[in-house]
Write a protein that binds this ligand. Sequence first.
Ligand code: SF4
Ligand code: SF4
Length: 90
Amino acid sequence: MAGQPRGNILIDTEECKGCGLCVESCPPECLELRPELNAYGVHAAHYSGDGCTGCGICFYCCPEPGAITVYRLAPPTKPLVQGESHAAAL
Ligand code: SF4
Ligand code: SF4
């Protein structure tokens, strides 16, 4: 996905039960189930590392509290034009 990333997520693979709901519900399709098994013997979800918008849908559909943490990234600050200062903009 081009441009500044808008979100990021962390998945606790030992909390994940491999139901796949987050994978099916992610609009940009940036989640997948790992081929290897976790300690519970299931294929845990994994973020590809690109394309997350921070929408939070995966968090809301996940039945395991604490398995997914979503971060919404702050947009980049407007670059200063010559002769302008942040103090003047406030
Ligand atoms: S926050 Fe949204 S875009 Fe990011 S992984 Fe979850 S469902 Fe996908
Ligand atoms: S919805 Fe939750 S429990 Fe199900 S695969 Fe995704 S992280 Fe794992």
